[in-house]
Design a binder for this molecule. Structure first.
Ligand SMILES: [Zn+2]
Ligand SMILES: [Zn+2]
Length: 321
C-alpha cells in the first residue's frame, strides 16, 4: 500500500504530526478518516494528542521516506515539551528503535490531554492562507490555555451541545467558520485569564519552543531551596507535620482560586472537599514518579508570584541564590 502513495503532505509550521494524517485524508475524498488512515498505519484508534510518541508517528515518519529528518519530525510532536519532565523515557533513538507508545504518566486528571483544541482566529487565517485548517501543535500542550499568536483562549467544547473531539475520526480538521460541526452553534470563548494561568501558559510555550532548558532534578532543587519545603520528606516532629498539613491545604485552595483548576478534568472534586489533595506537594518534590509538567508549574506559582523567580525555576542551569 505504502508504495502506491504518491503524495503525503509535509507538516505546516506548528502543525501536530497527526494533523498531516487528517489533511491527507481530506485530499482522498473518501468517507471516514479511519478508512484512509488504515492505508498508512494500523494504529488508527484514539487519534488524539495524548502520546509523546505512538506507532502511528513511526508510520507517518516512514511515509516521508527520509525527506523529513527525525529531528525536524520531532518538532511536530510534544517531545520537546515533555523531555524535561520525562527524561528516562523519551530519547529519540529509543523511540526510533522500539516504535512503541510513549505516554506521559499520571495525566489522567488533566482535562486537555486528549481533547483536540484550536484557535478560531488561526483557523480562519490558515484557511485563507493554505486553503485548509489544521491542528496546531502549540494548541495541544495540556498546560496551555491560549493561542500563543492571538492570545485568546483556545476552543474545545461546544457551549450548546458539549461536542468535543478526542479522536480525529470524529472531527478530522478544525472548523474554519467557528461553528460547531455537530449542532452548528457558534463557539463562544470566555477570554478571562488569571495571572497564574497566563504564567503557566507562557512557560509551557517557552519549554515547548526550547527557549528554557533545565532538568527535573534542578527544577525540584530550586523549588525546595526557595520554598524551604525540604522538611516535607524528612523525619518530622508533630509540629512540622501540622505545618506541612496547613501548607498542603493552602495549596489545594490556591489551585482552585488561581484558575489552575481549569486545567483539571474534574475540578468540582477540589471545591467540594478541603481534605482532598489532587496534587501532593511531597510527591511532586520528593518522589521519583513522573508528574505532568502542570504539577510543577502549579507548585512553582504557589511558592512564588514574581515572574522572574518563577521563570528561573525552569530556565537555565545557573544556581538560584
Ligand atoms: Zn491563534
Ligand atoms: Zn454543538
Amino acid at each position: 500500500m505504502k508504495s502506491k502513495m504518491i503524495f503525503y503532505p509535509a507538516p505546516l509550521p506548528d502543525e501536530h504530526i497527526l494533523s498531516t494524517l487528517a489533511r491527507w485524508h481530506a485530499m482522498q475524498g473518501v468517507e471516514g478518516l479511519q478508512t484512509s488512515a488504515k492505508k498508512l498505519t494500523k494504529c488508527i484508534h484514539n487519534l488524539n494528542p495524548s502520546a509523546i510518541w505512538r506507532p502511528a508517528y513511526q508510520d507517518i515518519f516512514n511515509a516521508y521516506g527520509g525527506a523529513l529528518p527525525i529531528e525536524k519530525f520531532m518538532k511536530h510532536t510534544l517531545y520537546n515539551y515533555y523531555e524535561t519532565f520525562e527524561p528516562h523515557e523519551a530519547y529519540i533513538n529509543e523511540v526510533k528503535i522500539n516504535n512503541r507508545w510513549i505516554t506521559p504518566k499520571n495525566q489522567f486528571q488533566l482535562k486537555f490531554v486528549k481533547i483536540w483544541r484550536w484557535c478560531q482566529f488561526c483557523a480562519r487565517e490558515d484557511y485563507n492562507r493554505y486553503g485548509t485548517t489544521f491542528w496546531h501543535l502549540s494548541h495541544q500542550i495540556p498546560s496551555t490555555i491560549c493561542c500563543p499568536k492571538h492570545h485568546t483562549k483556545l476552543t474545545h467544547t461546544c457551549n450548546k451541545c458539549d461536542f468535543i473531539t478526542t479522536n480525529l475520526g470524529e472531527l478530522p480538521l478544525p472548523p474554519e467558520n467557528n461553528k460547531c460541526p455537530n449542532c452548528n452553534a457558534e463557539y463562544i470563548v470566555e477570554n478571562t485569564i488569571t495571572p497564574t494561568q497566563k504564567w503557566i501558559n507562557d512557560i509551557s510555550i517557552k519549554i515547548h519552543l526550547g527557549i528554557t532548558k533545565s532538568t527535573l532534578p534542578k527544577i525540584k532543587e530550586k523549588m525546595i531551596a526557595v520554598s524551604g519545603y525540604a522538611l516535607i520528606d524528612a523525619k518530622k516532629t508533630l509540629k512540622q507535620k501540622c505545618r506541612m498539613g496547613e501548607i498542603q491545604r493552602d495549596f489545594n485552595e490556591f489551585i482552585c482560586q488561581s484558575g489552575i483548576k481549569e486545567f483539571f478534568s474534574n475540578p468540582s472534586i477540589l471545591e467540594n472537599s478541603s481534605s482532598r489533595n489532587i496534587v501532593l506537594i511531597s510527591k511532586i518534590l520528593h518522589s521519583t514518579l513522573f508528574f505532568p509538567p502542570l504539577y510543577y508549574f502549579a507548585l512553582a506559582s504557589f511558592i512564588k508570584t514574581e515572574k522572574e523567580i518563577l521563570d528561573n525555576f525552569f530556565i537555565g542551569e545557573e544556581d538560584y541564590a
